[in-house]
Design a protein around this ligand. Structure first.
Ligand code: HEC
Ligand code: HEC
Ligand code: HEC
Ligand code: HEC
Ligand code: HEC
Ligand code: HEC
Length: 420
């Protein structure tokens, strides 16, 4: 009996399980708290450093809620009333007076405290930028997943039906059977094993799932699309190339003239960072990218080049930064940046994706042979105003009888061009 009712309720159970994810308790709003904090408190308080008033990070652990409500609404009243804690902190700060905020509601204060309690996650994990890296696989993955779900649903229905039939047989056989129901009734697993259709469905299910797992695994071998290692300094292309519009070639100057694009030396960074010691741009609290976090990353740069902020000079004590290489073709492939960037005029973003939006750099393209070849088939070479090609263009366009030439027609599919 228990099995019957359990099966009948299974869909309901599943449903409520899903809903329990959707309903979450009302929580203080960190973003609102941050806005209130910046507007009212930031003039005198810093989160992690003493300013006019004490550092406020984690202050809610120091006092109880009610105390904080009345302190923030009117601290002077509390000091006058002789509250021991209030007097102590007042004296510690030599009698500086904190502004009263009677206009703030308890809810506002909860939000502010949620912000001051907020600690950014220590390490930013290497989660794949799902939207970018997965779009191509998503469709097939979704399809396979929904087929699997359908098969699973079919199984559940089958189980339910088998159980029902068993019950009907039992009642049809009369009272004696019911008496001995416990001993006589075929166990569920036996009924299951005896039903060829069910066994078939199960086997199909198992085959499909293992094929799915195997396929996903194989598709990843040798392809590092989405690869996003943690770098020794959290350097953000979004902030440099995006928000501050610094051109790619300022740092990757060799992309246009040589095979390699190269990573800038730290001296290039110091051209600007001798004067930019603090970060004052936008924050992303959800991800833990606060001003403190970014400023701390600039300090890492100073440490690496041995820059002493106090004396504004180099100490000579350097620790080279080892950037983790992201894009890497196998050694047997020849790829040349200058050819693509300067000669063909292909934009960096065509191959590297929306770099100016990347907080953390990752590999956008698969870098497979198919990827190179596809583009060579599709991309017209700009031969018109290109001194490299005035002659060759005339000959080749005669040969192929077309006005436009793709990279493929220019020889971009020949094995030897890409393979040594
Ligand atoms: C005009 C400057 C000023 C402003 C604005 C201000 N504070 Fe203060 N705050 C102080 C000073 C100074 C102290 C130290 C106690 C004292 O001297 O009154 C203090 C103490 C505190 C304390 C006790 C901290 C501890 O570690 O004991 C809390 C909590 C606090 N402030 C919260 C806030 C909040 C929240 C806001 C914004 C809504 C705010 N303060 C705005 C100056 C200010
Ligand atoms: C202020 C200097 C600077 C600017 C401007 C800059 N980059 Fe970078 N770039 C770096 C540094 C430092 C790294 C190594 C750290 C990293 O991977 O995040 C890097 C890494 C890269 C990589 C990955 C290299 C690898 O390991 O495979 C690519 C691709 C790249 N940049 C493209 C661009 C593009 C495209 C632009 C312009 C939209 C650009 N960069 C602008 C400094 C810069
Ligand atoms: C052309 C000027 C320029 C160069 C070159 C430059 N930066 Fe920056 N950097 C900036 C600016 C502007 C900001 C943002 C400051 C702000 O918003 O307050 C910044 C912010 C930062 C930050 C904090 C935000 C973040 O990206 O995490 C770090 C760390 C940083 N730079 C490191 C580097 C490193 C490492 C290099 C060399 C590879 C470099 N910078 C080269 C101008 C530059
Ligand atoms: C046609 C595609 C394509 C274009 C356009 C392109 N890159 Fe690359 N980039 C690559 C490939 C492929 C690699 C890996 C090269 C290797 O492993 O030898 C790479 C590697 C890099 C690296 C890592 C260091 C290196 O040289 O191997 C940086 C940095 C980089 N590219 C920056 C840029 C910048 C900046 C631009 C624009 C000026 C740009 N790329 C344009 C395909 C491209
Ligand atoms: C975004 C499109 C694009 C991608 C991706 C691309 N290429 Fe190209 N490639 C071109 C174009 C356009 C040319 C023609 C340049 C010219 O005018 O010579 C070219 C030319 C070449 C040439 C010279 C061919 C010749 O006829 O001399 C080589 C070699 C080459 N690419 C290698 C690669 C490799 C290796 C990859 C993959 C790692 C790759 N390319 C990816 C667009 C692309
Ligand atoms: C436009 C450039 C390009 C051309 C043309 C090209 N290849 Fe490749 N090939 C590549 C790249 C890039 C890789 C590395 C792929 C990877 O690492 O996944 C590769 C890998 C390979 C591999 C290793 C197996 C693999 O897929 O990783 C073989 C074998 C190969 N190519 C053979 C050829 C032959 C044969 C031709 C001529 C018909 C040819 N290639 C033409 C770019 C090219």
């Amino acid at each position: 009996m228990f099995k019957d009712s359990f099966l009948a309720h299974l869909p309901l159970l599943l449903l409520s399980f899903c809903f329990s994810f959707a309903v979450t308790a009302q929580e203080p709003d960190i973003q609102k708290g941050k806005a209130l904090y910046n507007a009212n408190c930031a003039a005198c308080h810093k989160l992690n450093k003493r300013a006019v008033g004490p550092a406020l990070a984690g202050v809610s652990a120091k006092y109880d809620k009610e105390w904080l409500y009345s302190w923030i609404k009117n601290s002077t009243a509390m000091v006058k009333a002789g509250d021991a804690q209030a007097v102590a902190i007042y004296e510690e700060y030599n009698g500086s007076v904190m502004t009263a905020f009677p206009q703030l509601s308890n809810e506002d204060i909860d939000n502010i405290l949620a912000y001051t309690d907020y600690t950014p996650p220590a390490a930013i994990t290497t989660a794949m930028p799902a939207a970018v890296a997965q779009t191509e696989n998503n469709l097939t993955n979704d399809l396979v997943l929904s087929v699997l779900l359908l098969v699973l649903a079919a199984l559940v229905v089958m189980l339910f039906l088998v159980n029902k039939t068993l019950k009907q047989i039992a009642t049809a056989n009369g009272i004696e059977v019911i008496k001995k129901e416990k001993e006589k009734r075929t166990p569920l697993w036996k009924a299951y094993a005896q039903n060829p259709f069910l066994v078939f469905v199960t086997v199909v299910f198992l085959l499909l799932s293992s094929a799915y797992v195997g396929y996903s695994y194989l598709m990843q071998v040798g392809i590092d699309q989405g690869y996003m290692p943690i770098q020794p300094i959290h350097y953000s292309h979004k902030i440099h190339a995006g928000d501050n519009q610094i051109e790619c070639k300022y740092c990757h100057s060799s992309a246009r003239v040589s095979k390699h694009s190269g990573i800038p030396s730290l001296n290039v960074c110091m051209n600007c960072h001798m004067n930019i010691a603090e970060y004052n741009g936008e924050e992303d609290l959800e991800k833990g990218y606060t001003k403190e976090f970014y400023t701390n990353e600039i300090k890492k740069l100073y440490k690496a080049v041995g820059w002493d902020e106090q004396t504004q000079s180099y100490t000579g004590d350097t620790q080279p930064v080892k950037w983790v290489r992201i894009h890497n073709l196998p050694d047997f492939v020849y790829f040349n940046h200058a050819q693509h960037v300067s000669v063909a005029g292909v934009e960096c973003q065509k191959c590297h994706g929306p770099v100016e939006e990347m907080e953390i750099m990752y590999q956008h393209a698969p870098l497979t042979m198919g990827w190179c070849i596809n583009c060579h088939r599709e991309t017209n070479v700009n031969v018109k105003d290109n001194e490299y090609y005035t002659k060759i263009h005339d000959e080749l366009s005669k040969k192929y009888g077309v006005e436009k030439l793709t990279a493929a027609q220019m020889g971009g599919l020949e094995c030897g061009k890409c393979h040594y």
